[in-house]
Design a protein around this ligand. Structure first.
Ligand code: ATP
Ligand code: MG
Length: 277
């Protein structure tokens, strides 16, 4: 989906543009979600009144200060946390049904690979856990490793790989059950900048090739702007939507786009909003 379709002309944008323009397929739809956590001593409102539609095939990036509920929101979509109030629909059903259909892939900050398994064995793991209940993916574990640039390293063990390679394996593993929605929680946060840049370019290529609805959490305004078609900016205490910022950049992006005036202006705007969150 082209960002221009997702981001209607300014004049047509309502003041609360959490709903998509008419005629666009919606992959994730949330209305007035609240998430409260209760611990021994206190309760925390991690998310308050979050309403948002995410288009089918959209790349949405999430930015916001620490503790504003970014990870919690991904966990709600993945059915790992139940909202205390509000409704959420993932691909036409409740998150639990989407999870049971294996429609959701999740990549965490830490690749969390099993150290005694090779790259290809780690990628195949969700298929084994599903024990025949997963739909056969479009691509085999071997093809997915090729897709993420690890052809020839199928038999490497995690301790033989760099952090960037391990994250590639984690992405391939998240894709093995052929999900429709890919959730990524600061997946490249621990990597050096050059590796991160390269993975950003490759992730956009994989996203375009597979047409996945992607939600990507980051603390980097540059990463958020480079990857996203829209940026969801969350504010903290309590976690809530601050602004949804359209990314009016060409869809074909290489890293040199970061030197363009449009990119510099966009990141300046993201920074200004982030400072008020
Ligand atoms: N399982 C939990 N039990 C209690 N409180 C929690 C739980 N998970 C998250 N919280 C609280 O909810 C709030 C939002 O947390 P969350 O992890 O979603 O923030 P975040 O935006 O991902 O932050 P960061 O950028 O540091 O990763 C925080 O105040 C956090 O302490
Ligand atoms: Mg987090």
């Amino acid at each position: 989906m082209h960002a221009a379709t997702l981001n209607p002309p300014r004049a047509e944008r309502g003041s609360s543009h959490f709903a998509l323009p008419q005629g666009i397929d919606c992959a994730v739809s949330c209305r007035d979600i609240n998430v409260r956590f209760f611990t021994d001593r206190r309760s925390v409102t991690a998310i308050e009144g979050l309403s948002l539609d995410i288009a089918s095939g959209e790349f949405l990036t999430l930015l916001g200060p620490s503790g504003c509920g970014k990870s919690t929101f991904l966990r709600v979509v993945a059915d790992l946390v139940k909202p205390s109030r509000g409704s959420i629909n993932v691909l036409g059903s409740a998150p639990q049904a989407a999870r049971e259909r294996r429609d959701i892939g999740f990549v965490f900050q830490d690749a969390a690979l099993l150290p005694w398994r090779t790259a290809i064995e780690n990628v195949a793991l969700p298929l084994e856990v599903a024990n025949g209940r997963a739909r056969a993916g479009r691509a085999t574990p071997r093809e997915l490793l090729e897709l993420v640039g690890l052809k020839g390293r199928e038999d490497a063990f995690p301790h033989e790989m760099s952090g960037g390679m391990r994250q590639r394996v984690a992405i391939a593993r998240a894709l093995v059950c052929d999900p429709k929605v890919l959730l990524m929680d600061e997946p490249f946060g621990a990597l050096d900048e050059i590796t991160r840049d390269r993975l950003n370019e490759e992730l956009r290529r994989v996203w375009k090739e597979l047409g996945l609805t992607t939600l990507f959490v980051t603390h980097s305004i540059y990463e958020a702007a480079f990857l996203g078609q829209r940026v969801l900016m969350l504010a903290a205490n309590p976690g809530r939507v601050k602004e949804i910022i359209p990314v009016d950049l060409p869809e074909d992006r290489t890293l040199d786009i970061r030197e363009t005036r449009e990119f510099v202006e966009l990141t300046a705007r993201l920074r200004r909003v982030l400072e008020t969150c």
